[in-house]
Design a protein around this ligand. Structure first.
Ligand code: AMP
Ligand code: GLY
Length: 433
């Protein structure tokens, strides 16, 4: 098969790496890719949101399957456009991608399907007074969210009623969230430990992947600004088989059934961002794609061929697929450019990557990397590398990942030193579900 992966991050490198290993893959392309992806796929210079450009490339090159990594092109209708042109595409349609593209849409679906999530109400322009009243009724802490995609910046967890009023006023009154904040969701604050469950979905069947946890804050000890994700690991010991079963029965399957009943079946990866509360798992958010860096740890653990599973998701026959996973733990530590998620430099030379990968248990996935004229790998983004290691237990994976990181020479880079601390300490909150 001729396969095209859309995207340029660590997630897409991991997907290309897994797809390149498939005996069914005859040719692999990535749009636009990065310096690491270029080692396994032919990179083509097309932006993920250039829908016309991607459809043209796919038809002209007789691509058999397009795998879409990021959410923006999904929400913008890339899969719809590819299918209209007769190209098989892995990922949800624009309508189904609203599960991530609109928080209000997602919350309404949860209400309709009885999916456990935080109590909420939606508010639009001119409804500031009602939103403030609802926030007061819920009581602090309370959460204010932009309705649309905001690149991880659309959520304000407000510790006080004053803070909530300010967040509501600036969202509805002064466009703090931009286009994404014209509408907001005000919701109850949930307490507990966060974890993620990702599943392949074919419109009807849910094929769960192993659980994972990520670290969204920039610095050690869960401090600093929110990022796209500074590290992840799988499995997550807090996600016991009983909890995973409950996530399937109360969250994933009801959502998939409700989307099918609406006439907008969901196909692709459904990612449930969970809060494990004393009353059981509750849904914080749906993503409609692989997480980044969750994808890196999942691909590291995947023993089966990814390609037929993605095709089965497109074709509605996931019930015939059984994915096998290594029992080992995988940890991914993200190396980012100093200053990320704020301003940072680009074009800095990175060396030692071959040394870092010398052990077979380590894979360095590239995110924001490019090659300079001399052929050096240089930094070209905020999140730059995802150093991913396997180990028999979490401590072994952890020490292998950090040993590999110590061999990478890039003075302008930084990374967290405590990725996996929850699993290392088994320091989970008491949950009574
Ligand atoms: P989201 O994009 O909805 O996952 O929100 C981003 C982050 O905000 C989550 O990972 C949580 O840490 C936090 N968050 C969102 N909603 C809530 C909530 N209802 N209660 C507590 N924390 C939340
Ligand atoms: N790591 C979280 C995400 O991909 O949204």
């Amino acid at each position: 098969m001729k396969v095209l992966v859309v995207g340029s991050g660590g997630r897409e490198h991991a997907l290309c790496w897994a797809l390149a290993a498939s005996p069914l893959t005859d040719a692999l392309y990535c749009a636009p890719g990065n310096a690491g992806i270029a080692d396994t796929a032919t990179c083509v210079d097309i932006k993920p949101t250039d829908i016309t450009g991607i459809v043209a490339f796919a038809t002209e090159n007789a691509i058999d399957l397009v795998v879409v990594g990021p959410e923006d092109p999904l929400v913008a209708g890339l899969v719809d456009a590819l299918e209209a042109a007769g190209v098989k595409a892995f990922g949800p349609t624009a309508e189904a991608a609203r599960l991530e593209g609109s928080k209000g849409y997602m919350k309404d679906l949860c209400a309709e399907a009885g999916i456990p999530t935080a109590a909420y109400r939606r508010f639009g322009a001119g409804e500031g007074e009602a939103a403030r009243a609802y926030a007061r009724e819920l009581g602090a802490p309370v959460v204010v969210k932009a309705d649309g995609l905001a690149g991880g910046k659309g959520v304000v967890v407000c510790a006080t009623a004053d803070e909530a009023e300010r967040a509501i006023d600036s969202a509805l009154g002064r466009d703090a969230f931009g286009e994404a904040g014209r509408e907001i969701v005000v919701e109850e604050h949930l307490d507990g430990e966060e974890a993620s469950v990702l599943a392949l979905v074919d419109g009807r069947n849910v094929l769960m992947m192993p659980g994972a946890q990520d670290h969204k804050r920039a610095y050690d000890g869960e401090t600093g600004p929110n990022t796209g994700g500074m590290g992840a690991y799988s499995p997550a010991p807090v996600l016991t088989p009983a909890r995973e079963q409950r996530v399937r029965e109360t969250i994933l399957q009801p959502a998939v059934d409700a989307m099918r009943a609406r006439g907008t079946p969901f196909r692709g990866v459904l990612y449930a961002g969970l809060m494990l509360t004393r009353d059981g798992p509750r849904l914080l958010e749906f993503n409609v794609r692989f997480g980044d860096p969750e994808c890196q740890v999942l691909m590291m653990r995947l023993m089966s061929d990814l390609l037929p599973a993605l095709v089965a998701s497109c074709d509605g026959v996931l019930d015939s697929v059984d994915l096998r996973w290594r029992t080992e733990t995988a940890i991914c530590v993200v190396m980012a450019a100093r200053g990320y998620p704020g301003k940072y430099a680009k074009g800095e030379v990175i060396s030692g990557l071959d040394l870092a990968e010398r052990s077979g248990d380590v894979k360095v996935f590239h995110a924001g990397t490019a090659r300079d004229d001399a052929g050096n790998v240089v930094s070209a983004g905020g999140r730059v590398l995802g150093v991913t290691a396997l180990g028999n237990a979490v401590d072994e994976a952890h020490s292998r990942a950090y040993a590999a990181l110590s061999r990478i020479e890039w003075p302008g880079g930084f990374y967290r030193r405590d990725i996996g601390w929850r699993a290392l300490q088994r320091d989970t909150i008491p949950t009574e579900d």
